[in-house]
Design a protein around this ligand. Structure first.
Ligand code: URA
Length: 430
């Protein structure tokens, strides 16, 4: 088999066989196929696409390129959750303790933030003492005891994705639906769960800006998982404004804990309850949204979160005393230059503003400051007076405050006419 022929075949719009796909993935991981040939093939896939069978084969070849986690030491059905990424997205911190309280096990690997979106591992590491790198034995022990654990992704999972993603990033081939689907699902398959729920974000702060593309991605990911014998479902959610009110690491932990106590913002609470409902139904539990709300009110979910923090070395007292979390005391208000209704928030710009304050990283090797971030005071549909604060920013000496303020001013669109509030859940795909 020759890589040249595979590139030519896809360039001319033909379907690749399973063997051809396996050949190029293995060859690239082993280093026998060079970057320039894989780049050419990725560009051919970008323009010609891949059908569902090809995308499934690509995903399987990528998943098999490294270790596939064996979760059999943990009894019962294991669930995983994936968000396509957004601004202020702390749903994992809320959803996992709730579904664990219903007896479902969630051994979860998460990533760090990169670009304008945050990452769960960075958020957790703002809790003093919290460890996110556990041995396999410790990871399983936390899941068995608490019902869930969150650790950072192990280096040995899906090496094919690491190499291919890095190449896509430099060859303008990231935004291809089959390449995105195979990248995401190969990592989920390697994580070893039986059922996977996707939170596919749509809008100005999301990776995918329009609903049709998000639906296409969700359907494709579900199809791949169905072909590999796994249960899955996707919730499409709105990312045309930050989720909840807090953006930034410690601030998001506080908001997640408030939500677990039943005091969270409406959009975040609604989305988390819906995600829990879909997960529990997916694994055959007939639980209503009312029962999920009762579980929150009972305090059992927040208790699980405290147990999880303690078992991973963190200080569980943060649940009742937020002063134990690093939150900057230096606060600046960003005020509206005109009165009116908030019509638009460029959410990617809000994410970038949080990065320039120090809450995220522009390059992988950058360090982050857990104490800084953004509190969104006005959301779409809200009325704002002239000179009224729209956003509060938590800053440090290293923050580029002027740039953050200018990004936030430009991100807000304020109009004279009334604007409707946005629905957070846009749909569910089974
Ligand atoms: N997230 C991933 O993991 N992979 C992609 O290709 C895009 C988003």
């Amino acid at each position: 088999m020759r890589m040249y022929d595979i590139i030519k075949k896809k360039r001319d719009g033909s379907e690749l066989t399973s063997e051809e796909i396996e050949f190029f993935v293995n060859g690239y991981v082993r280093g026998t196929i060079p970057d320039y040939q894989v780049s050419a093939l990725l560009m051919a896939i970008f323009f010609r696409g891949m059908n569902q069978r090809e995308t499934f084969d690509l995903t399987m070849s990528m998943a098999r390129s490294g270790e596939i986690l064996d979760l059999s030491p943990i009894e019962g059905i294991k669930v995983d959750k994936h968000s396509t990424g957004g601004v202020g997205d702390k749903t994992t911190l809320v959803v996992l303790p709730i579904i664990a309280a219903f007896g479902v096990k969630v051994p979860k690997m998460s990533g760090r933030g990169l670009g304008h979106t945050g990452g769960t591992i960075d958020k957790l590491e703002s809790i003093p003492g919290m460890r996110t790198e556990l041995t396999r034995g410790e990871f399983f022990q936390v899941v068995k005891k608490v019902g869930f654990s969150i650790v950072s992704q192990s280096g040995n999972l899906v090496p094919a994705d690491k190499k291919i993603y890095a190449l896509r990033d430099t060859t303008a081939t990231v935004d291809s639906i089959p390449l995105i689907a195979s990248s995401i699902v190969s990592k989920k398959l390697a994580g070893g769960a039986d059922a996977i729920i996707f939170d596919v974000k749509v809008g100005s702060g999301a990776f995918l800006k329009d609903t049709e593309q998000a639906q296409e991605l969700a359907c494709l990911m579900i199809d791949i998982l169905k072909r590999s014998g796994k249960l899955s479902r996707a919730v499409l959610s709105d990312m045309n404004q930050p989720l909840g009110r807090m953006v930034g690491n410690s601030l998001e932990v506080i908001e997640a804990v408030e939500t677990l106590k039943g005091n969270g913002p409406e959009d975040l609470t609604k989305l988390c309850i819906r995600l829990c409902h879909e997960i529990l139904n997916l694994v055959g539990m007939n639980v209503t949204e009312e029962q999920i709300k009762d579980e929150i009110v009972s305090g059992r979910a927040v208790e699980r979160f405290a147990e999880f923090i303690e078992m991973q070395g963190g200080d569980p007292r943060i649940i009742d005393d937020y002063r134990l979390l690093p939150v900057s005391r230096k606060v600046v208000e960003v005020r509206s230059v005109r009165p009116g209704y908030v019509d638009r928030i460029d959410t990617e710009a809000i994410g970038i503003a949080s990065v320039v304050l120090g809450a995220g990283r522009s390059r992988k090797e950058d360090s982050i400051d857990p104490s800084v971030g953004i509190e969104v005071l006005k959301k779409i549909g809200d009325y704002v007076h002239e000179d009224e604060p729209i956003v509060r920013i938590y800053v440090s000496e290293k923050s580029d405050v002027d740039l953050a303020i200018s990004l936030i001013h430009n991100a807000y669109g304020i109009v004279d006419h009334k604007v409707g509030f946005r629905e957070i859940v846009l749909g569910v795909i089974e």
